[in-house]
Ligand binder design. Structure first.
Ligand code: ATP
Ligand code: CA
Ligand code: CA
Length: 425
């Protein structure tokens, strides 16, 4: 997979799906958002709200261009996650996702079959997920919430919403909305997806030299002698957070996750323009009044809010305008300043052994965290284990996965400007 967006115009195969996703999010999220915040109850974790859209529309749902059904899962929990823990401005969230910005599609689907979409401003990613992952995320949602609460700097994917659309012939598509780890305003010069597993974990070097956006893997990292160059202070923070996060994933019996590492070299800066000429996006032709309006404290939607919402709902036709990349933000978004690992230009700047800054910024996060070690993975483990070392393949039980992940990352982190290279055994 490469971080390149493809335009989704009206003739695109996924246009209807996209339209339905965004319409559903807009209505579902603004509905919850229009109410006064209240403390969560246990039922909020299992709650799901259904919406039926059709071309006629009704009291609850505005008319839409297509017939479809939409489900919003645990809306109050995700609202609390977004506002209390991830420091997102509610109106910004909706606007980024559904107002001025429609999405671009990320590369081609990987072996999991998931599709990725970027919001226009590049802050959010929509990932379609398998039904099993969806069910799993719902199951662990209370634990995930607790973990995020007690670990404000967690490196785990930030989940902002969990939804499903059902198309008329019954096809169900589940998706999550999460943070894009990479910034809109910095070229990423190298990308790695690290699991701590070495079997089959290599992107062919001859292809990599032609493609600066290739997602490289563990063996590329080792063979190129890469290190996370962090002095004692930053190293301690990172390793401690990774330890807690992997401990959590172990308790959830999750495996197959990775640390996604984007490297920005400040010397090189943005001169290669790796983002701009490739991020094709399109813009819907809608303007709706849901800007930073205060939400009423009365328990009901404030009438002006409701009116704005109705206006918003009427005008919902995204229209492709093509390759407009000049509108990418020039700076980092506000929410990232709250987090240690996103404190430097949205990332984590390298330091030397004296904790002095160096010329590299890392963009880091633990991604793909919804795969439990199920019987399927166990089978893969046995099968691949026949051909290769059972402990080096990626499918190992969760406890083994977590400790291997953590020891790999500990081994490849050291102060910049000297020291030894990591050598795999
Ligand atoms: P598989 O199960 O085959 O590994 P997947 O479809 O579950 O794939 P992920 O592993 O979640 O996909 O992500 C695939 C790639 O997409 C990552 O290697 C990374 O390049 C990009 N990506 C995923 N999540 C993010 C994110 N939050 N921010 C930036 N890039 C991301
Ligand atoms: Ca993955
Ligand atoms: Ca996956």
């Amino acid at each position: 997979k490469v971080l390149v967006g493809n335009l989704i115009g009206e003739d695109h195969v996924n246009y209807v799906l996209m339209y339905n996703m965004l319409t559903g999010i807009r209505i579902g999220v603004s509905r919850c958002q229009a109410k006064v915040k209240r403390p969560l109850t246990p039922d909020d974790y299992t709650a799901r709200h259904k919406f039926s859209f059709d071309i006629v529309g009704n009291e609850l749902t505005p008319s839409a261009r297509y017939d479809f059904k939409f489900k919003d899962y645990a809306p109050w929990v995700f609202r609390e996650l977004r506002e209390e823990h991830f420091h997102l401005d509610p109106a910004d969230y909706l606007l980024s996702l559904t107002s001025k910005y429609i999405l671009s599609e990320l590369g081609s689907p990987g072996k999991s079959g998931s599709f990725f979409y970027f919001s226009r401003d590049y802050r959010f990613i929509i990932k379609t997920i398998h039904h099993n992952e969806h069910a799993f995320l719902r199951k662990i949602l209370p634990d995930y919430h607790r973990h995020v609460k007690t670990n404000p700097h967690t490196l785990l994917s930030r989940f902002y919403g969990l939804h499903r659309v059902k198309l008329p012939r019954g096809r169900k598509i589940h998706f999550v909305i999460m943070n894009n780890l990479f910034p809109p305003h910095r070229d990423i010069h190298e990308t790695y997806d690290l699991k701590g597993s070495t079997v089959g974990r290599e992107y062919p070097e001859e292809k990599a030299s032609k493609n600066p956006r290739a997602v490289l893997k563990d063996l590329n990292w080792i063979n190129r002698g890469r290190q996370l160059e962090l002095g004692p202070e930053k190293r301690a923070y990172l390793i401690e957070q990774l330890r807690r996060d992997s401990e959590f994933l172990k308790e959830m019996h999750v495996m197959d996750y990775s640390l996604l590492v984007g490297i920005h070299n400040m010397q090189r800066g943005n001169r290669d323009n790796l983002r701009r000429n490739t991020l094709k996006i399109f813009q819907p032709d809608i303007h709706y009044g849901l800007r930073r309006r205060k939400i009423s404290q009365s328990g009901k939607a404030d009438p002006s809010e409701a009116m704005a919402m109705r206006r918003a709902m009427r005008s919902s036709d995204p229209k492709a305008i093509g390759n407009d990349s000049t509108a990418l933000p020039e700076s980092d978004s506000e929410d990232r300043r709250h987090f240690i690992f996103h404190q430097d230009e949205g990332g984590y700047r390298a330091t030397d052994e004296a904790n002095e800054p160096m010329d590299t910024i890392y963009y880091l996060g633990v991604i793909d965290i919804c795969t439990p070690y199920t019987s399927l993975k166990r089978l893969e483990h046995l099968w691949k284990g026949l051909k290769a070392d059972r402990h080096k393949i990626s499918a190992v039980p969760a406890a083994e996965y977590a400790s291997r992940f953590l020891s790999f990352l500990t081994a490849v982190t050291r102060g910049g400007g000297g020291g030894q290279r990591f050598k795999p055994e």
